[in-house]
Ligand binder design. Structure first.
Ligand SMILES: [Zn+2]
Ligand SMILES: [Zn+2]
Length: 226
């Protein structure tokens, strides 16, 4: 391929976003909070808001902290024939390489997922969530300066949240493509989730998507995670 060809390929790709391709696309959100933790709206109102915006699926991932009673917000009753909910939470444990508490999204948790033990690390907690069947994502890495060593230590991670609108508003650190780039540069695989972009997913994530695809008549599914 010549340089000119490569440039043309880039230009062509730029003007052919995936959502312009044939097929039915479903819109979802896998990192959201309600008043069960620090969110602004009760679960029912959060769901109604997303439905009004044309979403097809949603996971409420309230903070799984003692101060909130370790909530796994039960939203099963809010499922309908054209909108589905996945049970999840944002998990926290001490400590990242720079001494911050972990922020780990887990979607597909059982309602009886046990609170973390005092000595349970973030990677161990992520592994336990994955073992329970959950899709695991590293939330807003730039917001709390997650390092490549941190990311590599979470063997159970299915994805990296590469854009988070909330942290973009709070401290202008919504973008986390840097972490994908650093992981790829070191030879590790990186899996990205972003609102509006499709994701590459490993085993548990694929299982989650397969379940959602079944709900939506086997059509291709491109989740949002921001
Ligand atoms: Zn969050
Ligand atoms: Zn967080």
């Amino acid at each position: 391929m010549t340089i000119t060809d490569a440039g043309e390929d880039c230009a062509t790709a730029r003007y052919q976003p995936p959502f312009d391709r044939p097929g039915r696309f479903y819109r979802g959100h896998l990192h959201t909070h309600s008043t069960r933790s620090d969110g602004a709206l009760p679960p029912e109102a959060v769901v109604e808001t997303y439905q009004q915006q044309g979403y097809d699926f949603l996971a409420l991932t309230d903070h799984f902290l003692d101060s909130f009673g370790f909530p796994i917000t039960d939203t099963r009753a809010l499922r309908s024939s054209d909108f589905t909910m996945q049970l999840g939470a944002e998990l926290h444990a001490p400590r990242t390489e720079l001494g911050m508490p972990w922020h780990i999204i887990a979607v597909g948790l059982p309602l009886d997922f046990a609170p973390p033990a005092a000595d349970e690390t973030g990677p161990a907690l992520a592994s336990r969530a994955a073992a329970s069947g959950a899709f695991v994502g590293l939330a807003h890495p730039a917001w709390y300066t997650l390092t490549p060593n941190d990311a590599r230590s979470v063997a159970a991670a299915d994805a990296i949240e590469v854009y988070n609108a909330g942290t973009a508003q709070w401290n202008d650190r919504g973008d986390a493509w840097y972490l994908c780039d650093l992981l790829l540069a070191s030879g590790a695989a990186a899996f990205a989730c972003q609102r509006g972009y499709f994701s590459s997913l490993r085993k548990q994530g694929v299982a989650l998507l397969a379940a959602l695809e079944t709900l939506f008549n086997g059509q291709p599914l491109y989740p949002s995670f921001a």
